[in-house]
Design a protein around this ligand. Sequence first.
Ligand code: FAD
Length: 533
Amino acid sequence: MVRQAHSVYDYVIVGAGSAGCVLAARLSEDPAVRVLLLEAGGKDWHPFIHMPAGLAKLVRNRRINWDYYTEPEPALEQRRLWWPRGKVLGGSSSINAMCYVRGHPRDYDEWAALGCRGWSFAEVLPYFRKAERNARGADTFHGCEGPLSVEDLRYVNPLSQLAIEAAVAAGYPRNDDFNGATQEGFGLYQVTQREGRRASAARAYLGMARGRRNLEVLTRAFAERIEFASGRAVAVRYRHRGKTHRAEAAREILIAAGAINSPQLLMLSGIGPPDALRRLGIEVVSESPEVGANLQDHLDACILRRCTQRITYDRVNDLALALEYLFTRRGIGTSNIAEAGGFVRSALARDERPDLQFHFVPAMLDDHGRNRLPGDGFTMHVCVLRPESRGRIELRSADPGVPPLIRPHYLSDPEGRDLRVLVEGVRIARRILAQPSLKPFAGAEIFPGAEANDDASLIAFVRRKAETIYHPVGTCRMGSDAGAVTDPELRVRGVEGLRVVDASIMPRIVGGNTNAPVIMIAERAADLIRNRS
Ligand SMILES: Cc1cc2nc3c(=O)[nH]c(=O)nc-3n(C[C@H](O)[C@H](O)[C@H](O)COP(=O)(O)OP(=O)(O)OC[C@H]3O[C@@H](n4cnc5c(N)ncnc54)[C@H](O)[C@@H]3O)c2cc1C
């Protein structure tokens, strides 16, 4: 039943994740507009969201996670890969690893060259700076007055420092700011934290907007469809507390449901590949064959070694950690676990941009931490930053409650470059972990295993073990060509009054973690919507 008693808002935003929280806060700065933010998940009360190291405990929590699985992946032994996504205020920024990375400046210049006017690095840098409150202070690259707090880690495991030393000994430069003049090299990640607490988009942006009477945030509100009148998006239908409701938007509807759910919602609403929609009995509002296409992600492999001394995070005293954190906001509780890392150009890199990223974890990480191995160890992640493979999100059903089909098609590029880059990354990671600085701690290699040395066995290892490092993007690609789902102002082509603002609009995945780029996208979108850009 549709309850018709409803309010009219100026803007209705679907999804309170990294992008949605920014939009809600920025648009409601104008007291004259009314904003509704709909979030399918609940409130972010869970203490493990806010204590950074709690992320290790969140992996199994299905209440705050969409808990998606891909379809069987042909190049990965037909495995279904686990794709966690935040389902809570803050979205994935409430469960992510907090690494603050923007990608390479040339990534954005490439967007502009692909037809995305206004998105070159020079044009997006002001929005990165506007968002940022960097504890190191402001400079050409960084801001220090924005809502999103960025800090140096308060606690760093000695192994993380030694891993950086090892990378330097292996011939890679030291880099203390991956978001500064150069991206290449190894160092500690800066993290989205405020005084040792997670700075999710909800904390940062909804926190700033708290108490505004013109912003309504509704949790456990699941958007099922956009309604149109004469080609204009006019309302969002959503489920809340067992009933169907309708929220009207006088100005615009903004979809910020993330790279999986945004294309799903567009297709459920009749915008997408026409034949696929008709097959499911969905009335076509606008033909847009690329909705759900262009899916890109960073495929990742983990090299695990045993540690001969008990200094990893595998067997920490949880009570001591929690008490220290509660009383001092210091210690292991403030660690984002993936403390150190770096960026490297493989032999196959096409230009000056690194095409491999590393995350070092002073603990054994198998199957996203869901498979707990006995003893102590450490892990070096390596992922392909500029994959050429493309996947797709498709509707499985016209029922909004049924998860869409996720087909990343990893390693499907015809020339097999993605696989070769990843295999080279595995070799580099191993070489780093074998350096003298880690010798006093390095025990036997668990994965890929000492016997895996030739290309064939490393390829087999990748196919057997590679996983996502959680950066799906690109499924509602922006561009100025007719095939693009949105135009460079993020307006959905073919209809009026509707934009997509989140990770799905990226035409190409950026070379780094994706939270800061999504926040930048939403900062810029807010200005576009307000005609300030
Ligand atoms: C485990 C993990 C670790 C990560 N680590 C890092 C990291 O260290 N650094 C980094 O930069 N990035 C990291 N990322 C990636 C980064 O967090 C995401 O790219 C980013 O948060 C995506 O933002 P978004 O706004 O596109 O989507 P999300 O933040 O996922 O937000 C989408 C929101 O929409 C809601 N929603 C979806 N459908 C509906 C609907 N129909 N109705 C109502 N609401 C809906 C969702 O519940 C969610 O809250 C990580 C991600 C994960 C999952």
